[in-house]
Design a protein. Structure first.
Lengths: 117, 112
């Protein structure tokens, strides 16, 4: 099983709503990632978890709050978002949790398309 | 100068053609090089990864790295309409907890 799953596929939320994005992998990977991708742009890294601990935060606004409850699950909690936060949110995982080969192979989920109204 | 540059295209080729996709980079510390394929409204799919200079072949795909020129390529032989997608190069240094840097992507259309 080389699949990363993400729910929901689509999400529309108002600027005062609180919602969560979910990501799951059962490949035994020890690193998990959140990326944001705008149309016709490459993915932008937001957060990295290594062995369930936050190891990289790319200066993401606090209205995005990640959580890694266990080695298979990754959540992104959303609160008070802005219309410019509308994008495709991608989760990825990779086998190497640390060391020089960390992040070398990243397997992406299909993404959650978020629209903030 | 951006760390990773890639011609955005769009690149349009006839079915069966050999496609060459290229990226240049500025950071000589990059050691791992990856190619991803992304279909419209889907997540990127890892196609190939290579370490340092050299060639790597997988079916119709060949990845080539020339570190002296800071230039990487992906060749697609016998291109198919199903190869129509955006191709992203990506790379990282060989250090712990280092993030992957993506190129902007090249949009490819293979015309039947």
């Amino acid at each position: 099983d080389t699949e990363v799953t993400q729910t929901p596929k689509h999400l529309v939320m108002g600027m005062t709503n609180k919602k969560s994005l979910k990501c799951e992998q059962h490949m035994g990977h020890r690193a998990m990632y959140w990326y944001k991708q705008k149309a016709k742009k490459p993915p932008e890294l937001m957060f990295v978890y290594s062995y369930e601990k936050l190891s990289i935060n790319e200066s993401v606004p606090s209205r995005f709050s990640p959580e890694c409850p266990n080695s298979s699950l990754l959540n992104l909690h959303l609160h008070a978002l802005q219309p410019e936060d509308s994008a495709l949110y991608l989760c990825a995982s990779s086998p190497q949790g640390q060391g020089a080969e960390f992040g070398r192979e990243q397997y992406f989920g299909p993404g959650t398309r978020l629209t903030v109204t | 100068q951006k760390e990773v540059e890639q011609d955005p295209g769009p690149l349009s080729v006839p079915e069966g053609a050999i496609v060459s996709l290229n990226c240049t980079y500025s950071n000589s510390a990059f050691q791992y090089f990856m190619w991803y394929r992304q279909y419209s409204r889907k997540g990127p799919e890892l196609l190939m990864y290579t370490y340092s200079s050299g060639n790597k072949e997988d079916g119709r795909f060949t990845a080539q790295v020339d570190k002296s020129s800071k230039y990487i390529s992906l060749f697609i032989r016998d291109s198919q309409p199903s190869d129509s997608a955006t191709y992203l190069c990506a790379m990282r240094r060989k250090t712990s907890y280092d993030k992957v840097i993506f190129g902007p992507g090249t949009s490819l259309s293979v015309i039947p």
